[in-house]
Design a protein around this ligand. Structure first.
Ligand code: SF4
Length: 527
């Protein structure tokens, strides 16, 4: 059973007027305090007080800061807050995994507040929080649900830290807090969030500065105190930033590998075209501080018939030879519309045995939170899913209309006389040239829209079912309309256009192509 709680009662949603200090680094706090008139000589001490209240005790209101003067508290209250992102929905899986859909505060130009997902995965001896670094993602890893969502923006450092604060609120992970009353599984550890992984939405190395600043806050020994050895940044392979991250942030590293050949990795993780496997492996070998105690985790999603052969297992072991590594085999977590399937369990076991024999212990990651689409690669905000569906409802007729107009133009270019004849044969015009022109256009649109629906619809449906994002598909899809000439000839009679079939198929081809292309431009690329 999945527990779902929508629009949970939490402290007031972020207000545009009051900036939340929850998630701020020391320098940001210092600036905020200076702005409300705290003398410079007191700044360090005041920041230390706020730091402890926000990150050690997890308070959500300035009133709770009992060692801060009343006057300062009221000045803080007047211009700032400690609210967390708004919880749009909270889902709890049967296995205790929790997923939050969070709405962030809107920034200046944004038409609507962006949303992200954060996932908590409890185990007996640890609790891992999987956080997002971007809203959407620019990369389009073909097995990843997040990759189907356009990048909206990078998260600010405070948005990243706020995910940790909010998760600690919800699972009662502050001193003296009570755990949630749903009775779901929590680790037996003192701290319920022991590890943080940057494996949620987005490519963290494309938001380097903010992620580094956020991890500095998370690892601060006087605050959240999450050791950098318990923080793992997962990258799809932004090679130039890997050494920099190692030198400047020094957390653990995970690589979304998923294939051992460039040809296949280009398809699964398209950034591989820019930074191929050999360059990625070199960056891993050179990762600062790499040792048997600080290994790189290589994630390998198990896709049936794609990358799960025993030859692939041997190639994987071979590829990682000499790198202090852990291997994480991830049974593929399916999502609506994806073209991959999870490998058979026996095949995963055979694959794992080869990896095991090569000295990598327990390589298979138990799938968690599948029932709430919280598992690896499944994150994508619900509202975006909904918006995509609504968007498609609008875009499909729009694509038809534009394709119909394009086809009408072809009709005109073939000779208005034929169209005019067709219109006159239906007795639609009566003398007045203005009405005649209007009727001509109207009738043309109706006829051509009728004609365009079939090819354009066929192209769009096929593209949707197969999740094809290539423009080539839509170009050739339009061309494929040519193959329907016999059908078109029959429709030609039905539509009573009195045109030779050779002219009608030009209209069809144009309509199919333009309709498909418009759809691809507006929705098909990343829908
Ligand atoms: S796997 Fe990571 S980098 Fe690739 S599309 Fe998904 S979120 Fe983006």
């Amino acid at each position: 059973m999945v527990l779902v709680a929508d629009n949970i009662a939490v402290p007031t949603p972020p207000s545009a007027a009051k900036q939340s200090l929850a998630g701020f680094g020391r320098e940001q706090l210092e600036r905020s305090l200076a702005r409300i008139g705290v003398p410079e000589r007191q700044l360090r001490m005041r920041v230390g007080q706020l730091w402890s209240w926000i990150y050690v005790r997890g308070v959500t209101s300035f009133d709770q800061m009992t060692d801060v003067s009343k006057d300062l508290r009221s000045r803080l209250e007047a211009g700032a807050s400690l609210v967390r992102p708004e919880i749009v929905s909270e889902q709890v899986s049967v296995d205790g995994t929790r997923k939050w859909l969070l709405r962030l505060a809107k920034r200046g130009h944004e038409a609507r507040a962006p949303e992200i997902e954060t996932v908590y995965i409890p185990e007996a001896d640890r609790g891992t929080l999987c956080i997002s670094s971007q809203v959407g993602c620019t990369l389009t890893c073909s097995f990843c649900h997040t990759g189907t969502q356009r990048l909206v923006r990078n998260l600010e450092a405070e948005d990243i830290v706020a995910q940790i604060l909010l998760a600690r609120d919800r699972i009662g992970d502050w001193p003296g807090a009570t755990p949630p009353g749903d009775g779901r599984f929590l680790p037996a550890t003192e701290r319920k969030i022991t590890n943080v992984v940057l494996m949620g939405m987005g490519e963290p190395l494309y938001n380097f500065e903010n992620v580094r600043a956020a991890m500095d806050v998370a690892a601060d020994g006087e605050g959240l105190s999450i050791s950098k050895r318990r923080i793992t940044l997962s990258t799809s392979g932004v090679v130039p930033e890997i050494p920099r991250w190692g030198a400047e942030a020094g957390t653990m590293l995970a690589i979304s590998l998923h294939a051992t050949r460039d040809e296949l990795r280009n398809e699964l993780v398209p950034i591989n075209r820019k930074y191929p496997i050999a360059e990625l492996m070199q960056a891993c070998r050179d990762y600062p501080g790499l040792s048997n105690a600080k290994r790189i985790t290589f994630e390998y999603v198990m896709l049936k018939g794609v990358n799960d052969s025993l030859a692939d297992a041997k190639a994987l072991v071979q590829l990682l030879r000499g790198i202090p590594a852990k291997i994480n085999l991830i049974p593929f977590n399916t999502w609506p519309g994806v073209r991959y399937e999870c490998s058979e369990w026996e095949q995963i076991e055979r694959f794992a045995e080869i990896v095991n024999r090569a000295g990598y212990a327990s390589p298979v990651r138990t799938p968690r939170g599948r029932d709430i689409l919280a598992a690896c690669g499944q994150l994508r905000s619900e509202s975006i899913r909904l918006k995509a569906s609504i968007g498609r409802l609008i875009i499909v007729p729009l694509a038809f209309l534009i394709s119909a107009t394009a086809a009408l133009l072809v009709l005109f270019s073939l000779g208005t006389e034929r169209v005019t004849q067709a219109v006159h044969s239906r007795n639609l015009t009566d003398g007045d040239p203005v009405f005649a022109a209007f009727d001509l256009f109207r009738e043309g649109i109706i006829l051509v829209s009728g004609l365009t629906i079939l090819p354009a619809l066929a192209i769009v449906i096929l593209g949707e079912v197969a999740r094809i994002r290539s423009s080539l598909y839509y170009v050739f899809g339009g061309g494929a309309a040519l193959a329907a000439i016999p059908l078109l000839a029959r429709l030609n009679q039905v539509a009573d256009l009195n045109m030779p079939a050779s002219s009608v198929w030009q209209v069809f081809a144009t309509a199919g192509f333009v309709g498909g292309f418009v759809y691809w431009m507006l929705a098909g690329r990343r829908a």
